[in-house]
Design a protein around this ligand. Structure first.
Ligand SMILES: CCCCC/C=C/C(=O)SCCNC(=O)CCNC(=O)[C@H](O)C(C)(C)COP(=O)(O)OP(=O)(O)OC[C@H]1O[C@@H](n2cnc3c(N)ncnc32)[C@H](O)[C@@H]1OP(=O)(O)O
Ligand SMILES: Cc1cc2nc3c(=O)[nH]c(=O)nc-3n(C[C@H](O)[C@H](O)[C@H](O)COP(=O)(O)OP(=O)(O)OC[C@H]3O[C@@H](n4cnc5c(N)ncnc54)[C@H](O)[C@@H]3O)c2cc1C
Length: 616
């Protein structure tokens, strides 16, 4: 199909090599080539062809996705793929923006086995689980409790005579609920999204399991029932850490898809007039459309950068723990908690903004933006609700203040809290990304000190830490967000600095995005900078002007920057986001193919007939 002339023109501009940026995003040219190979392995294989999942009922969707997910597993085994990113490539190429029914098995059943099973148990369960010879799920949440793990009611009573645990969900609120991939007792019913996952309920009534089913690499129960605590009790929470550490990159992936769709469509869509008689401009030429999308484009790159960094950091810490060193578990936990919470929340807001930016067609499943949204938004609740996780990060920051007072060294990701920040010199109109980073770190430091002063005062008054925290939860959450933004901006600036050395033209365009991210973040909290006397009104006015100027620099690069995400049309599955920009013709073709247009109109006639008989 010929290229839409608008997109063709957009691709003649630009100041950097798109392919080189794709290689950087993939982690190198070889990884891009391998990703292309794996995508083609899926896209050319007829087993992965099937009905357009956007037209399917819940039951049909589950069946089709289970069929495809099994085919994904077979393809992954056939190609002997064990790299998580390569396995994800095969999965994403097949799933058309859906979540597969067996996702929980790999992310929430295999991972804890890997982390907490001893060698014997690994042989017995981990090896067959990795081969899908046994299928598992993660049944922690109950009808009455999800966030508050210590409030869970399920019982596991040890029967010393039979060396068994007797499992019971003694109350209705103890019924296991939301259990993904729980094909046993029952499905919890239709949901907002996640149609491909059978989140189930599980009632336990004197279910007996052998003593050695308790994963025993960390804690264990001896024959006489004595519980031997793990060296570090917090490692028991480790099974939730793996998914949380991976979710920032998942957020980046989903936001990159949404931004690709919205920016390509905004170049194809002409609407209204700027100068009468001069034709309708591309909607991306409106400053308001740029103000919606360019900060999100910058955010997608920022989230990708910090998502890759978080996964590397987490795998380093897990290797240290496997060797018995727990000293970085706390930092890993709070980084994963803060980044998972902030990134997934801002991502679902961003996907919605992308949908709105596409007008009516964004509301059609033809855009796939609704599908990407309803499946992504679960990530702000699942695997740790946003506020719950931010409070974890906030409590850690309060401890950092005490550590600072006591002269205890801080973890590297919070070292800036010990830095002194001079007030900004007059910020002229092109503030660089390093100055923006300093400002964001300054705000986080001041906010942490401010919140800590309130908590300390409360603690003095009540002597109860939980009460003190509970009285200031709103500002504790804001404090955790401010710190997480400092972590994100630091990762983005560090990566862009590195790329400026290796590939100046790519680095330059990314530094513009980094400035857009930093300026947007500062303007979103401008009151704090005035209150802390770090910036003046003139500085904020200057960076507001800078932001609009940055949009003019990014405008000619925008399509190339989303092309660099390199989503194959079949992976993006969006008519608005097609690489060739041939939207209207394919929208009409897609609509005509809808089964709704095929069903006979007997229903319509049957009821409308009644109206006619009613002699209106
Ligand atoms: C692709 C998407 C798939 C989606 C599939 C979804 C699956 C699920 O949703 S599975 C269920 C997920 N559920 C949760 O995430 C529950 C969230 N709640 C909790 O994690 C806990 O209730 C809590 C952490 C919020 C509270 O724990 P609690 O023991 O009641 O009290 P503390 O806050 O004092 O924590 C004790 C201690 O442990 C440290 N810690 C907490 N979590 C972790 C962790 N994951 N890793 C390491 N360390 C952890 C915490 O920092 C405290 O340390 P100290 O302050 O040093 O005592
Ligand atoms: C798509 C999806 C898939 C899931 N898959 C699984 C799975 O496979 N296995 C599994 O075990 N679970 C699963 N879950 C459950 C999920 O882990 C829980 O829903 C999540 O942990 C939130 O807990 P909750 O539902 O009890 O929310 P609640 O904690 O009841 O949250 C309700 C409100 O209370 C607030 N709140 C609660 N406690 C506090 C506090 N201490 N301070 C301040 N505010 C508070 C929250 O911020 C929130 O606004 C899934 C959930 C979803 C949506």
């Amino acid at each position: 199909m010929p290229m839409n002339p608008d997109l063709e023109k957009e691709r003649q501009g630009g100041t950097f090599d798109v392919e080189q940026l794709t290689h950087i995003l993939d982690g190198g040219r070889d990884k891009t080539l391998k990703r292309h190979f794996l995508e083609q392995e899926v896209l050319k294989d007829p087993v992965f062809r099937g009905p357009d999942t956007r037209f399917l009922s819940r039951e049909e969707l589950f069946g089709e996705l289970l069929r495809k997910h099994v085919a994904v597993i077979k393809k992954t085994q056939e190609l002997s793929i064990d790299d998580i990113n390569e396995a994800s490539t095969i999965y994403s190429a097949a799933m058309n923006n859906n979540v597969g029914p067996l996702t929980l098995h790999s992310v929430a059943f295999v991972a804890p086995l890997d982390l907490m099973a001893d060698d014997e148990q690994k042989k017995k369960w981990l090896i067959p689980a990795k081969k899908y010879e046994i299928i598992g799920c993660y049944a922690q949440t109950e009808l009455g409790h999800g966030s508050f793990i210590r409030g869970l009611e399920t019982r596991a009573d040890y029967d010393v005579n039979t060396q068994q645990f007797v499992l019971n969900t003694p109350t209705e609120t103890a019924i296991k609920w939301w259990v993904g991939g729980c094909v046993a007792v029952g499905d919890i019913g239709p949901k907002f999204g996640f149609g491909g996952v059978d989140n189930g309920y599980l009632c336990l009534n004197n279910v007996r399991i052998p003593r050695d089913n308790l994963l025993a690499k960390t804690g264990k129960v001896l024959e006489d029932g004595t519980y031997v605590k793990p060296e570090n009790p917090k490692v028991v929470y480790g099974s939730m850490l793996g998914i949380r550490a991976a979710l920032p990159k998942v957020g980046a992936y989903n936001l990159s898809k949404a931004v690709t769709i919205a920016i390509r469509y905004s170049c194809v869509r002409h609407q209204s007039e700027i100068k009468p008689g001069c034709g309708e401009p591309q909607v991306l030429d409106y400053q308001t459309q740029q103000h919606k999308l360019f900060p999100l484009l910058a955010t997608a790159y920022a989230f990708h950068t910090v998502g890759v960094w978080m996964l590397d950091f987490h795998s380093t810490v897990m290797n240290e723990i496997n060797e018995g060193h727990y000293h970085r578990l706390a930092e890993d936990h709070v980084l994963a908690a803060g980044l998972k919470a902030v990134i997934n929340w801002k991502t679902h807001e961003g996907i919605e903004i992308c949908r709105f930016s596409c007008g009516g067609h964004g509301y059609s499943l033809a855009s796939s933006l609704p599908v990407i949204y309803v499946n992504h938004v679960a990530n702000s609740t699942a695997e740790g609700e946003t506020v719950i996780l931010l409070l974890q990060t906030a409590v850690y920051l309060m401890k950092c203040v005490i550590d600072l007072e006591q002269g205890t060294p801080l973890d590297p990701s919070v070292a800036y809290l010990d830095q002194s920040f001079s007030k900004s010199e007059q910020w002229c109109s092109d503030v660089d990304m390093h100055s923006l980073l300093k400002a964001i770190q300054f705000r986080s430091k001041k906010f942490t000190e401010y919140v800590s002063s309130f908590v300390k005062k409360e603690l003095m008054a009540t002597g109860n830490q939980q009460l003190a925290f509970n009285k200031h939860k709103v500002i504790l959450v804001e404090c955790a967000k401010a710190h997480t933004e400092a972590v994100i901006m630091n990762a983005f600036v560090t990566k862009v600095d590195e790329i400026l050395q290796s590939n100046p033209s790519v680095g330059k365009v990314l530094s513009l995005l980094c400035q857009i991210y930093g300026v947007t973040e500062i303007l979103a909290h401008s009151g704090d900078y005035i209150q802390y006397e770090y910036l003046r009104k003139i500085d904020l006015d200057n960076i507001q002007d800078q932001l609009f100027k940055l949009y003019t620099y990014i405008r000619p690069e925008a399509v190339l920057l989303v092309d660099a995400f390199d989503f194959h049309d079949e992976v993006l599955k969006s008519i608005l986001g097609r690489y060739d920009g041939q939207v209207y013709e394919n929208m009409f073709k897609w609509a005509k193919a809808s089964p709704f247009n095929k069903q006979d109109q007997g229903t319509f006639r049957k009821y409308i007939q009644q109206l006619k008989q009613a002699k209106l």
